[in-house]
Design a protein around this ligand. Structure first.
Ligand code: SAM
Length: 254
């Protein structure tokens, strides 16, 4: 799903990676926190050919995937991986010129503690770039489908709050409180018109299936059946669009 996200939203990723690249010195040292399958790590390494990168994640399976991707891209000499639970003791990671955290900060149990840790491992003048999302993208455009998707989004948001995720957190305020100067804050409203590419169709299918699975015991039987119906017939649809929101914050350590 992470890989499909990067593939389908590639124009947004290109813009944000370019923005990050414009803020760092030559030969920057970069840390990707909660690197997942490495979409950010690899994009940053490609965009900044003199950068050294450290990809950190708690999940060994993610890091395995990331290492395979890095090797395939011929970037192995510039990327190292560190397995660490960022809710526990942080391993020595710095000093860094850029810390990149894409869709990962909301997972951490104590945002203020994580922000303070990042502040301490950045060089003076170093950048912390946080990107976050408001939920899964929306795909359906017919009125019934769009309304169903909206009900699912509301329920998913409740589920995330109940599981302690910090979606919707004010990272700008958090950065300031941790001693960063907030140098940028931007919302990307992404809307990719139809007809959907094969990747967008696949992304829609995976998203709807995952939503159905996660909300299995929370949706009404009628909504569950409708969602399953959409997931089944998606490959034949030409009326899908991809609508997503991404928020980006840039904090600089003075
Ligand atoms: C939604 S994924 C984002 C992955 C990647 N940054 C991207 O944009 O594709 C969140 C990642 O944060 C990692 N993560 C969650 N909690 C973590 C923790 N306590 N310590 C380290 N990594 C964590 C997960 O394993 C997952 O790979």
């Amino acid at each position: 799903m992470l890989d499909l996200d990067a593939e389908v939203l590639r124009d947004y990723y290109r813009e944000v990676i370019g923005w990050a690249g414009s803020l760092v010195p030559t030969e920057p040292e970069i840390i990707d926190l909660g690197a997942g399958t490495g979409t950010g790590t690899v994009a940053l390494a490609r965009h900044l050919p003199t950068a050294s990168l450290t990809a950190v994640d708690v999940d060994e399976e993610m890091l395995d995937r990331l290492r395979r991707r890095v090797t395939q891209a011929g970037l192995g000499d510039r990327v190292r991986t560190v397995r660490a639970d960022l809710d526990g003791e942080w391993p020595p990671l710095g000093p860094a010129d850029l810390v990149w955290a894409s869709a990962s900060m909301h997972h951490l149990a104590d945002p203020a503690r994580a922000l303070a840790q990042v502040h301490s491992l950045l060089r003076s003048g170093g950048i912390f770039m946080i990107t976050e999302l408001d939920g899964f993208p929306r795909f359906l455009t017919d009125p019934d489908g769009a309304a169903l998707e909206e009900r699912c989004q509301t329920e998913m948001a409740r589920l995330r709050v109940e599981s302690g995720l910090h979606m919707g957190h004010d990272w700008g305020a958090g950065l300031k409180a941790a001693g960063f100067a907030v140098e940028g804050e931007r919302r990307f409203e992404i809307c990719l018109p139809g007809p959907p590419s094969p990747e967008a169709l696949r992304y829609a299918q995976v998203t709807l299936e995952r939503t159905a699975h996660r909300l299995a015991d929370r949706l009404s039987p009628a909504d569950a059946a409708a969602l399953a119906g959409y997931a089944r017939t998606l490959p034949d649809r030409t009326d899908l669009t991809v609508r997503a929101t991404r928020d980006v914050w840039i904090g600089r350590r003075p």
